[in-house]
Design a protein around this ligand. Structure first.
Ligand code: FES
Length: 275
C-alpha cells in the first residue's frame, strides 16, 4: 500500500528534509522513541528513520532525514502528492517515560528532530524538559521553534557562535550538571561521536543516560541480525531490544565500526545514482 507524502519542507537545501506522511495505522500506535522502516520503491533498500512527531487525528507521522546515500537521496527527490512504497512500523521499544523531575534532552543534527518526539513525551508526563541542541551554525540548526513551543528551556550551541553559546552540546550539558543536582535523566540522540561524548560527560555525575542507536537495519523485527550492538558486553538487536540503551554501557567503538562496514559499497551506489 503506498503512503502519501502530504507535505514536504526543505529544512536545509540539498541536505535535510521534513516530510509529513499519511500513515494512519502507524500514527495510531506510534509512541516517542519508535521508528519506521521505509522502502521508497519496489527494489529499494529498507532503511530506518525515527518518528519525529505524530498527528493521530490526521493519521500522519513526521520524518526528518539527511541525505546520506542513494536511498535517502531518492526519498528527498519525492514531492508532495508522491507516494512511498512501504512505511513499516511503529518499530522498536518506545521510550521509557515516567514522571521523574528534570530531563535534559540533547540533540545534534537530524537527531534533534528525533529527540523532539521524546522531549514532547517527557513534557506530557509532567517532567521539566531542558533541551540542548547544537549545530555547526545557526542555518543548520533544526527544530528550535518546535522545541521552544513546549520546552521551558532550549539551550543552543553552534560551532561558529552564530547562535547561542559557541562550543559543543557537552559544554552546556557539563555546566548544567555542575549547577543542577536534580537532573533525573539525560537523553541523547545524534551522531555517534556526540552520543558517546554525552555518555562520557554524564558518567562522573552518575546521571541516568539514554541514547538512541542508529545501526544498519534490514528487517527491523529481530530476524536478520544486521542491527546488533554490544551493550554491557552482551549482543543486543537495536530494532527489538532498543533502539534506546543505557549510554554508559554501549560499545560505541564497535557501533562506529559496524556503521562503516559498507561505506565503500554505499559510496559507489550513491555515485552511480548521481550520474
Ligand atoms: Fe534485523 Fe534488527 S534489523 S535484527
Amino acid at each position: 500500500m503506498p503512503y502519501l507524502i502530504k507535505q514536504k519542507t526543505i529544512l536545509i537545501e540539498g541536505q535535510t528534509c521534513k516530510m509529513v506522511i499519511e500513515a494512519p495505522h502507524v500514527a495510531s500506535k506510534a509512541k516517542p522513541g519508535n521508528f519506521v522502516i521505509l522502502r521508497v520503491s519496489e527494489n529499494g533498500e529498507r532503511f530506518p528513520l525515527t518518528i519525529a512527531d505524530v498527528d493521530q487525528e490526521n493519521g500522519t507521522i513526521v520524518l526528518v532525514f539527511l541525505i546520506m546515500g542513494k536511498s535517502s537521496a531518492l526519498l528527498y527527490s519525492l514531492n508532495e502528492g508522491d507516494s512511498i512504497m512501504d512505511v513499516c512500523g511503529p518499530l522498536g521499544k518506545p521510550t521509557h517515560i515516567e514522571k521523574c523531575g528534570t530531563v535534559v534532552c540533547v540533540g545534534g543534527g537530524t537527531g534533534i528532530a528525533a529527540m523532539h518526539h521524546i522531549a514532547k513525551g517527557h513534557h506530557a508526563a509532567g517532567n521539566h524538559v531542558v533541551a540542548i541542541i547544537g549545530a555547526r551554525s545557526k542555518d543548520l540548526l533544526l527544530f528550535y521553534d518546535e522545541l521552544s513551543a513546549f520546552c521551558p528551556e532550549v539551550l543552543v550551541c553552534t560551532n561558529d557562535g552564530s547562535m547561542g553559546v559557541q562550543g559543543l552540546v557537552t559544554d552546556i550539558l557539563k555546566a548544567r550538571l555542575e549547577q543542577d543536582k536534580n537532573v533525573a535523566e539525560v537523553v541523547a540522540i545524534g551522531p555517534v561521536p556526540m552520543m558517546q561524548a554525552v555518555a562520557d560527560c554524564t558518567r562522573p555525575f552518575d546521571v541516568k543516560t539514554t541514547v538512541s542507536l542508529n545501526p544498519i537495519m534490514v528487517d527491523g523485527i529481530g530476524m536478520c541480525g544486521a542491527c546488533r550492538v554490544e551493550v554491557d558486553g552482551k549482543t543486543k538487536f537495536a530494532c527489538v531490544d532498543g533502539p534506546e540503551f543505557d549510554g554508559h554501557l554501549v560499545d560505541f567503538n564497535q557501533l562506529r565500526q559496524r556503521l562503516g562496514a559498507f561505506k565503500e559499497q554505499e559510496t559507489l551506489s550513491f555515485e552511480e545514482y548521481k550520474c
